[in-house]
Structures are given as structure tokens and as C-alpha cells.
Design a protein around this ligand. Sequence first.
Ligand code: ATP
Ligand code: MG
Length: 255
Amino acid sequence: MEQAFICVEHLCKDYITPHHHFRALDNIHLSIQQGDVLGIIGQSGAGKSTLIRCLNLLEKPTSGRILIDNEDITQFSGSRLRAFRHQIGMIFQNFALFEQRTILQNVLFPLEIAPTMTKKQAKQRAMELLEWVGLSNKAQHYPSQLSGGQQQRVAIARALANNPKIMLCDEATSALDTLTAHSILNLLKKINNEFGVTIILITHSLSVAAQVCKNIVVLDSGKIVETGSVSQVLTSPQSEVAKSLISIGGYGNAA
Ligand SMILES: Nc1ncnc2c1ncn2[C@@H]1O[C@H](COP(=O)(O)OP(=O)(O)OP(=O)(O)O)[C@@H](O)[C@H]1O
Ligand SMILES: [Mg+2]
């Protein structure tokens, strides 16, 4: 069988302090195909952010392997690690824009720290991305002058700057109202359709997962307790977590 684009094998993550040894991820196995939109759902503290942070090595796994395109990224360090990180886009609940930089300068940032083109080309690329997310008229504004939804669009443009193969989204729509969240989710769908970017999206909301994801992984206390297509998990949930997320208000709130 052909190797999946992303293979997570026996992944464990322990947080160890002098008084505490806590296993946040416990023997995670995952296969993610290229072009998938995978939702990771689970309750607070389940290990969702830890898992996504292990995928771009912001957290170093305690044990296990993560193969991306047949390369074990847990072995990367130095310039190889930096180059790898540039191929991964990430967006967060709080947008994480640089407040002192204009919108254009925010989108230019990844092109400045890993220059692959001239300044003129970088500016052109950044303006094209802002056009693509519908914000070219805000290029000279600062983040504080934009709405939450607009700020998330800028964060998406910045995440796309280096043509990532993978985009990681940690509760990217949780701070937004339902309609705005919907438009951001549509933008993620467009990124997946037009650019073939593999998207891994953390959410506590089955409604969000239902709008955009193809497959779902359910995490509970650091373990995967269910995987399946969106329709499988929504129509016949197997795990207690998925059952309870469905029972508390349909598919949860849209954001
Ligand atoms: N740096 C750390 N040191 C110690 N424990 C940590 C650390 N980071 C996370 N944890 C613990 O690991 C567990 C998983 O945390 P994580 O942030 O991955 O949860 P989550 O599923 O993203 O939750 P939420 O939905 O609230 O964001 C939690 O119990 C948390 O307290
Ligand atoms: Mg989290």
C-alpha cells in the first residue's frame, strides 16, 4: 500500500516537571493523505494543540516518528528544521499578527526571513495574496485597524506566502462570529481545492468540522478514540466524546 503523505507512528509526548510527569499524547497513530482536510476534535485538555505542535516540531515528541513525504521530521535540526517549518503554514485562534507591522509587512515577513525572491517579487507576491484574501485595500493598515475576520484573512495570506504543503489551524475560527467563521472556513476550503494544501484543523465544534473537513480524528486524554469520515462520525459516532459533542446542541456552535 502506498505510504500516506503524513504518517504519525507511536507518538508520545510527556511533560515532565520536578513534581509531575504528564503524558499529553499517548501512542498516537495517524495516516493523512495528501489533499485531506482532517479535523481533530476533542474536549479541552485532550491534547489537540500538543499534537498539532508536534507536527511542526514546535513541541519535540518524547518518542515516536512523524513521517512527512517519507522523511522523519523528528530527526530534523538546524537549517533543515528551519527549511521544513517554512513549508508549513499555521494559523491560530488569536491571529498572532505583528501589531507593529502593517498588513503588507505581516504578509511579507515569511518571505523576508527565508528569502527566495527579490524584494520587488516578494512585495508583488504579498500583494497578490492580499488580493486573493480580499484585503489589498488594507495593505497599509495595522492589525488593530482590522476586524477579527479580516485579521484572520491576513494570517491566512501570511501562512500561504511560502506555498506551504500543509496548513495547521488551531481553533482558527473560535474567536469569530458564526458568519465570519463560515467565510474563513470557505477560504480554507478554497485553499484546499485550488492549491491542494493538506489541512489539519483543530476544533471543539463538530459544526466546524462538518463544514470543511473530509475526515475526523477524535482525541480523548491524549489518545485517539475514533477516526472516520465526517459523515461516519456525525451520523454514527462510536466514542463517548463524539457522542457527547453531538448531544450537546446538535453539532456544537459554528465557531
Ligand atoms: N508546556 C506544558 N507543560 C505541562 N503540561 C502541558 C503543557 N502544555 C500542555 N500541557 C498539558 O497537556 C494537556 C493537553 O494540552 P493541549 O493544549 O494539547 O490541549 P487541547 O486539547 O489543545 O485543549 P484546548 O481545547 O483547551 O485548547 C493538558 O492537560 C495541558 O495541561
Ligand atoms: Mg488547544
